[in-house]
Design a protein. Structure first.
Ligand code: HEC
Ligand code: HEC
Ligand code: HEC
Ligand code: HEC
Ligand code: HEC
Ligand code: HEC
Length: 328
């Protein structure tokens, strides 16, 4: 990514927008906030009065479940048709041409998986210094009572004191918003992966925890970088990329579906730093940037390392995303 200075410039220029949104009472988050924060979805005030919830209560904070992951997944595992399904196996989006939501899905709770962020397992955070162990829950990344961020993302997931805001309508755009009150069709349309366009800050947000990637460290000339960079556009002068192939979509890296046995995958996601709305965020151009979720799904998915394609195995798709941008 860029350097620290530009990072702070971004945060500072956005701060007044966030403040303004709170003042006029229009939270950028959409659900589990404001009038969409329904206490009874998660809390039972006097456990035992027949109000549902997991057997064995009452539980801390008057929650209806013994763990936060169990609570959130009681709806987000596909059993509530209006709640975006983030737990394997996911079929909610099948009819839309998308396999999953923007963040993809978890493999399980209290089990280690190499294809998703682990929930409830104490793990070392990779690409982080100093090394830190953490047992992830939904609340590590999402504010359970909502906030001004896109998807209620917590601003400071590693509690280091700095923090990154990711604001809907500024950093990230949705083609269609979810229905109010929630409906199945409304949630399928709003949360499917292709309904989201990206401009900025999500990579910085991931790098709150994976802080070795916070800056794109320089490599030794003629190489540009030490690790694969993020938030860099394809058209930088002297770049080791192939912007015209990216724009035309005509290398062998482009294909109809991932994992269909034929070389080529659908165009990977990108960021557009000049975007002002959904349509400009989705416009293919040589100014598009590679970012963390070009290659990864935030929750996880089918493939090793939360990758959007089978990378570490012999598969016709194994280098397809690389070929979309580099065409070697
Ligand atoms: C009683 C069911 C239920 C429970 C329990 C529940 N959710 Fe949700 N959640 C929903 C529904 C329904 C939606 C989609 C509503 C909409 O956007 O119109 C939603 C949406 C969301 C969104 C997207 C919100 C946005 O503004 O973009 C996030 C993130 C989320 N839930 C996280 C959580 C987390 C974390 C927990 C546990 C602390 C949780 N949910 C518990 C039903 C539930
Ligand atoms: C989507 C699920 C969800 C909803 C809806 C929800 N809560 Fe919570 N609440 C939680 C979770 C999870 C915790 C425990 C947080 C933790 O352990 O960090 C919590 C903790 C609390 C606490 C104790 C800790 C604190 O933050 O002060 C209070 C009080 C509370 N909730 C009140 C409310 C009220 C009032 C509402 C409705 C306006 C509400 N909650 C709606 C999930 C929810
Ligand atoms: C709250 C801290 C936190 C945040 C924020 C976070 N991660 Fe992670 N990440 C972890 C931890 C802990 C692990 C190691 C355990 C595991 O595999 O789930 C991990 C593992 C990973 C892995 C390796 C997964 C595997 O199974 O091998 C990838 C890839 C990854 N994260 C990418 C991301 C991306 C992309 C984002 C932003 C969308 C992100 N992370 C945000 C804590 C975080
Ligand atoms: C490591 C951080 C992390 C953890 C842990 C996490 N989320 Fe998310 N979640 C994200 C990010 C980042 C997004 C937005 C991804 C995007 O737009 O590319 C998201 C998006 C969502 C959405 C919107 C639909 C979608 O998938 O895009 C829901 C609902 C949601 N998360 C629920 C949950 C629930 C429930 C849990 C716990 C079972 C959870 N999340 C745990 C980071 C996390
Ligand atoms: C161009 C594609 C690409 C981009 C962009 C990218 N990654 Fe990765 N990442 C990968 C691949 C592929 C792997 C699997 C193994 C490897 O080659 O390192 C990986 C591995 C990881 C791991 C696991 C490392 C380990 O030791 O287990 C983490 C964590 C991670 N990435 C986080 C991120 C974050 C955070 C960002 C954005 C700041 C990011 N990645 C950007 C492709 C990418
Ligand atoms: C969405 C576009 C995109 C994807 C997908 C992508 N890259 Fe890149 N990659 C870039 C950009 C942009 C740069 C920075 C270009 C530069 O400065 O030379 C870069 C840089 C690199 C570099 C370092 C160049 C240098 O001089 O330091 C290598 C090596 C590389 N990518 C390999 C890969 C591989 C392997 C994959 C697939 C696993 C991949 N890339 C996927 C856009 C992408």
């Amino acid at each position: 990514m860029r350097n620290q200075n530009s990072r702070w410039a971004i945060i500072l220029t956005q701060a007044p927008i966030v403040v303004l949104m709170w003042v006029v009472g229009v939270p950028a988050g959409e659900y589990h906030i404001g009038s969409g924060l329904v206490c009874a979805q998660c809390h039972i005030l006097h456990y035992g009065e027949g109000g549902g919830g997991e057997p064995g209560g009452p539980f801390p904070y008057l929650l209806s479940h013994s763990t936060i992951n169990g609570l959130c997944l009681s709806c987000h595992d596909g059993s509530d048709p209006t709640a975006p399904d983030v737990f394997a196996a996911v079929s909610m989006y099948d009819a839309t041409g998308d396999e999953h939501s923007a963040a993809g899905y978890f493999a399980g709770t209290d089990v280690s998986s190499d294809s998703a962020h682990d929930l409830g397992v104490t793990d070392l955070v990779p690409l982080r210094t100093p090394s830190t162990n953490i047992a992830l829950s939904c609340a590590s990344c999402h504010d359970v009572h909502g906030n001004g961020n896109y998807r209620n993302l917590v601003s400071d997931p590693d509690s280091s004191g700095s923090g990154t805001n990711v604001v809907l309508g500024t950093d990230i755009f949705e083609g269609v918003a979810p229905a109010v009150p929630p409906t199945q069709e409304g949630s399928v349309a709003a949360y499917k992966s292709s309904n989201v366009g990206y401009r900025s800050n999500l990579s910085y947000w991931c790098a709150e925890c994976h802080n070795l990637l916070e800056t794109n460290e320089d490599g030794v000339t003629p190489a540009h970088y030490k690790r694969h960079p993020s938030d860099v556009s394809l058209d930088v002068a002297g770049s080791h990329t192939d912007p015209s192939t990216w724009v035309a979509g005509d290398s062998l890296g482009f294909g109809a579906a991932t994992g269909d046995g034929l070389e080529g995958v659908p165009r990977v996601r990108f960021q557009e730093a000049t975007a002002t709305d959904y349509s400009s965020a989705k416009t293919v151009a040589s100014t598009n940037q590679v970012f963390c979720t070009s290659c990864h799904l935030a929750h996880g998915g089918k493939y090793v390392s939360c990758a959007v394609w089978p990378y570490k195995v012999l598969d016709p798709d194994m280098y397809s995303p690389c070929q979309q941008c580099h065409n070697q």
